[in-house]
Ligand binder design. Structure first.
Ligand code: SAH
Length: 289
């Protein structure tokens, strides 16, 4: 039985063209990118190797790509020759009056009969406004597809040697955003409940309001010496990880100004980092990884 399985794997390799590499993606195995469609695609946290094959397929078949600031430009090298590029960048913290314009632009391009690739950092439905954009498309009766990506709140942790879950530290994990639509700490979050609900809290867009957030978590009963890791530019060659504690996090951020984008991890998942920190500077030279 085992040898039969091995044989069939060999057979598949011989006929798939896999040995000839990424460029020979078998188009037939993937959904057709139809004209007039919008694909909302997550590109992953940064390292090009972390994007999905469907993302690559979309880049090879789209007419236009509308991409965000958080999409690593290195990824765009795989765009089909002749595809148009439109930048729809906006960066954290600030209100985004252009969000409606982006949705309208997607609708306009789709109505013009284009195959529209809406490329976003991480996963489109994780704090990425993919929900709002797909709602607008649905209301406008534009057909769309969502292609999930590796979210920075999971992939970024992996690149920092921090397991999002580990049986010895946490059976649950909370994802939250550190700012609301106006850039302030979200007030409609029950910070006391968050503080007590999960041993590990993963926060997006949280650097600016970290002092306030840490205070709210400690007021909610979280230990003052809870470890805090701040992962900047996760999976990129300039990835940087800082470590502090909940009590010191506010002052730490003021003093060290960790670069953004950054993910903040609260809890003892960071305890594994000294042992599991595999993303050594030598590995960062590889731009694809
Ligand atoms: N949809 C994205 C998140 C968009 S919100 C995702 O799934 O990852 C933007 C926030 O994501 C940033 O403020 C930061 O907190 C986080 N982020 C995105 N890419 C990151 C990266 N490479 N390193 C660290 N944080 C990142």
């Amino acid at each position: 039985m085992a040898s039969e399985t091995l044989k069939s794997v060999k057979h598949w390799q011989a006929h798939s063209g896999a040995a000839e590499g990424f460029a020979r993606l078998d188009g037939e195995a993937f959904p057709t990118f139809e004209k007039g469609w919008v694909w909302l695609v997550g590109a992953g946290p940064g390292a090009p190797g972390l994007m999905s094959l469907l993302c690559y397929h979309a880049m090879q078949n789209c007419d236009v790509v509308v991409y965000d600031a958080l999409v690593n430009p290195d990824i765009l090298r795989w765009l089909r020759t002749g595809a148009e590029l439109e930048y729809a960048g906006k960066r954290g913290g600030k209100p985004s009056p252009i969000q409606r314009d982006i949705s309208l632009r997607l609708i306009e391009l789709a109505r013009a009969g284009k195959r529209v690739l809406r490329l976003k950092g991480g996963d489109p439905f994780m704090f990425g406004r993919g929900g709002e954009e797909s709602q607008s498309l649905a209301k406008a009766k534009i057909p769309f597809r969502i292609v999930p990506g590796i979210t920075s709140g999971v992939g970024g942790l992996a690149y920092a040697g921090i397991p999002a879950t580990h049986r010895d530290t946490n059976h649950s994990v909370i994802f939250l955003t550190g700012h609301d639509a106006t850039g302030k700490m979200p007030v409609n979050v029950n910070w006391k409940a968050i503080a007590l609900a999960s041993p590990v809290i993963v926060m997006y867009m949280a650097v600016k309001n970290l002092a306030e957030i840490a205070t709210a978590l400690m007021a909610g009963g979280r230990a003052v010496d809870d470890p805090v890791s701040i992962i900047s530019n996760a999976s990129m060659p300039d990835q940087n990880v800082c470590e502090t504690t909940l009590a010191e996090a506010g002052a730490f951020v003021l003093m060290h100004k960790p670069p953004t984008p950054a993910i903040v991890v609260v809890g003892h998942a960071s305890d594994w980092r000294p042992l599991l920190d595999w993303y050594a500077p030598a590995l960062r030279a590889n731009r694809i990884g």
